[in-house]
Design a binder for this molecule. Structure first.
Ligand code: AMP
Ligand code: GLY
Length: 438
């Protein structure tokens, strides 16, 4: 059941919000939503060690898989809006279950979440809709995959079809390395996500993340952001969930962003509608800016992390109502989302051993005074019974700061990071170097 309010003239009251997830993304969403006009309470579940640090935010320990407990919480707390952060519960149908029980949910149903949960499904949709993307080949066994490489005689990008927590892609440089990546994938390197593969033509160019809030028909675009996926400075080392980000990324001008909307995002919504999918959530398009224009590298069905942390401080107090309007399928009833004009910088502090084998349990001390233009968002943290804070995940926390330009924003973020300590703290000192003068 999807409740639509398109016949009404105003949105229902919005005071209480439940955010599902435990990362820095959800910490920043809760922080931003609790500051919105009229919001009295934001619960985050299962949350993390930093949830209760934000005004009017309360952590609940319910996991995203505990559907009955989530429903009971929504009912007993009279939650007006549920915002689902991560892809796994969306792909598993959490939004469907909550909607079926009458809840108002920001986040697509499982059918829409296939944009991220099946690369093959997403590529097929892109192709049907004529949206610019890399050429691709669906393959379901090693023989078939190796035949494609033999025929094309070029290196190809090798991707697991299913969700693989950002670890389901190999970008080999040679034909031999492509074959090896295919063999490894079919031997189980990508786990269950890699029993079907997508082989892709390799594109070149800078990457950018574009986020659109969607009510099933219409879109609100957020400032484009740039992520830093590699662990080490100079974009070296293993891929991670993201070690830092900044927004608005100057790689796309306002006009170019509108072109992305026209050529990529609007046709995506139309293609979803044609499949009978009313997509109410974030469409996150990972784009590569190639010589022949922007092309879709991947879609995700949720906010990027850390991009979300960077973006939240730039968004105005209308955000909660905009998400609510998306959830109701009637963006036309929402106030316009105001966007601050400054620059926002995010630097992630990870645990030692991240991403392969992060060490947990180190005491975290924070001397930072957060304020108007500097925030601390927590991710892999937990508190013990005495309230002491410990590391409990790979990406531990982020400092996000804003300034009139990127130099100011990053200087503030790095100064803030010096006031946070834990053994093994690992972060890149070159986040945003592309946009800094000094
Ligand atoms: P994905 O999980 O699909 O975003 O892929 C992870 C990373 O692999 C991307 O951020 C790109 O850096 C790289 N990648 C994915 N697809 C391609 C492609 N077709 N050409 C070049 N690089 C790619
Ligand atoms: N920062 C990349 C992602 O969230 O997938």
């Amino acid at each position: 059941m999807t409740i639509s309010l398109s016949h009404q003239k105003s949105l229902p009251p919005l005071k209480k919000i439940l955010v599902v997830g435990n990362g820095g993304r959800e910490n920043s969403l809760a922080w931003a939503l609790s500051r919105c006009s009229g919001i009295e309470q934001v619960w985050v579940t299962p949350g993390n060690g930093g949830t209760n640090d934000h005004l009017d935010c309360i952590r609940l320990g319910i996991e995203a898989t505990e559907i009955q407990a989530l429903l009971e919480t929504c009912q007993s707390n009279q939650v007006d809006l549920v915002v689902i952060g991560p892809e796994a519960p969306l792909a598993a149908g959490l939004a469907d279950e909550l909607r079926a029980a009458g809840q108002t949910v920001f986040g697509p149903n499982a059918n829409g979440a296939q944009l991220e949960a099946s690369k093959s499904w997403a590529k097929n949709l892109l192709q049907e809709a004529g949206i610019p993307t890399a050429k691709y080949w669906d393959v379901s066994n090693e023989k078939e995959a190796l035949e494609v490489v033999e025929e094309l005689q070029q290196p190809l990008v090798v991707k697991a079809d299913g969700l693989a927590s950002g670890k389901g892609v190999a970008v080999p440089d040679t034909i031999d390395a492509t074959k090896k990546a295919i063999q490894e994938a079919f031997k189980g390197k990508f786990g269950a996500a890699g029993t079907q593969l997508v082989l892709e033509e390799r594109l070149n160019g800078p990457e950018i993340s574009v986020f659109a809030l969607c009510d099933g028909k219409q879109l609100v675009l957020l400032p484009p952001a740039q992520d830093h996926k590699r662990l080490k400075e100079g974009d070296q080392g293993p891929n991670t969930g993201g070690m830092g980000a900044y927004a608005p990324a100057p790689l796309l001008s306002r006009e170019e962003l509108n072109e992305v909307k026209r050529l990529i995002l609007e046709p995506t919504v139309t293609a979803l509608q044609k499949k009978g999918i009313e997509y109410r959530g974030v469409i996150y398009a990972g784009l590569m800016l190639t010589n022949s224009g922007p092309k879709v590298i991947e879609f995700n069905c949720r906010f990027g992390d850390p991009e979300c942390q960077t973006l939240m401080p730039l968004l105005g107090p209308e955000l909660a109502q905009v998400l609510q309007a998306c959830a109701h399928g009637c963006l036309e009833l929402a106030p316009e989302l105001s966007i601050h004009s400054g620059c926002s910088a995010c630097v992630v502090a990870a645990a030692s051993g991240y991403p392969e084998a992060p060490r947990y349990g180190d005491l975290v001390s924070v001397e930072l005074q957060t304020g108007q233009s500097i925030q601390l968002f927590q991710a892999g943290t937990k508190r013990d019974q005495n309230g002491s804070l410990f590391t409990a995940g790979g990406r531990v926390l982020s400092i996000v700061a804003q300034g009139k330009n990127f130099d100011e924003a990053f200087t503030n973020a790095y100064q803030g990071l010096e006031k946070v300590h834990f053994d093994g703290i690992t972060y890149r000192r070159d986040i945003g170097n592309q946009v800094r003068q000094s």
